[in-house]
Design a protein around this ligand. Structure first.
Ligand code: ADP
Length: 281
């Protein structure tokens, strides 16, 4: 049986699957840093929801895309924010040409399609929004839709994945322990230098020497965290700098615009970053 097909007895009209991406047809480039692929596969087989913990730009989304390819599952991503309501996730009635029609939200579509559903930065969502995922994270794996009276049982292929950046957490915005305990947590961080160099080379289209320099620069800049740099350069920023370089921008300009400027507006810190760039390149 095609694992991407809906569960037997269940036909999902195409219109209901808007926003659900088909399984990637080609392998998305992902360099594993530890045993995350095998652990995720075990979670999928055991129907366990997964939390990806780690800083922004360190490969969490790429990992989900890669796993969608490996598991041949459709996938949906939702960027969470503090305005995100339960209806934004589940769906709502809309008035169309004097008719009231129900429209599924992305979570409902993911459940119907048996997709991987990735809720990025879950901690940004309001608590009353977060609780709607609870029934999907326990053994019953149900999605109740109060407005329509429907109770959808998630098919085996459905998997809930959330991401969470512990660096952003503060007292007002932290995931409740009752939510956290529902997930298996995989810890992500910036890849070790040798792997990060290969990633920058591959994704940025630069040679090994250039990628090595960018990664060395990142290593030095990440130490500035101790001097008050709240956000340190991510692998994503290094890839962006590499792409500029591959398009003929000088390494110094690439690093100033793609690495330094996005990180801070503070003059002192910017000057310190520029010094490091000048010293490394
Ligand atoms: P996050 O979701 O953690 O914010 P992304 O998955 O978007 O970050 O990663 C940013 C970019 O960094 C990716 O688009 C990819 O180019 C690169 N990247 C980071 N880690 C990896 C990895 N382990 N393998 C391949 N690419 C990676």
């Amino acid at each position: 049986m095609d694992p991407a097909a809906p569960a037997p007895g269940r036909t999902v009209p195409a219109a209901l699957l808007e926003g659900v991406r088909p399984p990637p047809s080609r392998e998305p480039f992902y360099l594993p840093v530890g045993r995350e692929v095998a652990i995720f596969e075990a979670c999928h087989a055991s129907r366990l929801p997964v939390m990806l913990k780690g800083p922004t730009g360190c490969g969490k989304t790429r990992f989900v895309e890669h796993m969608a390819w490996r598991l041949r599952r459709p996938w949906v991503t939702v960027a969470c924010h503090d305005d995100l309501s339960a209806s934004d996730l589940i769906g709502r009635y809309l008035v169309r040409a004097s008719e009231t029609v129900w429209q599924d939200g992305p979570l409902t579509r993911a459940v119907r399609a048996g997709a991987l559903c990735y809720l990025d930065e879950i901690v940004e969502a309001r608590q009353d929004t977060v609780v709607v995922i609870h029934p999907l994270t326990d053994d019953r794996r149900l999605l109740p839709i109060d407005e329509t009276g429907e109770l959808i049982e998630a098919p085996p292929g459905f998997q809930l994945i959330v991401s969470y950046n512990p660096g952003y957490q503060h007292v007002l915005k932290d995931l409740k322990i009752s939510t956290r305990q529902r997930f298996v947590a995989l810890e992500f961080d910036f890849p070790p230098p040798e792997l990060e160099t290969r990633i920058v080379e591959h994704e940025g289209g630069v040679d090994h020497a250039c990628a090595t320099e960018l990664v060395m620069l990142a290593g030095r800049l990440r130490q500035l965290r101790d001097r008050g740099l709240a956000e340190v350069p991510s692998t994503r920023l290094l890839v962006a700098a590499a792409r500029l370089i591959a398009h003929g921008v000088s390494p110094a300009d690439a690093c100033r615009t793609a690495v330094a400027a996005p990180l801070t507006d503070e003059a002192d810190l910017l000057a310190a970053i520029h010094d490091v760039i000048a010293a490394v390149l």
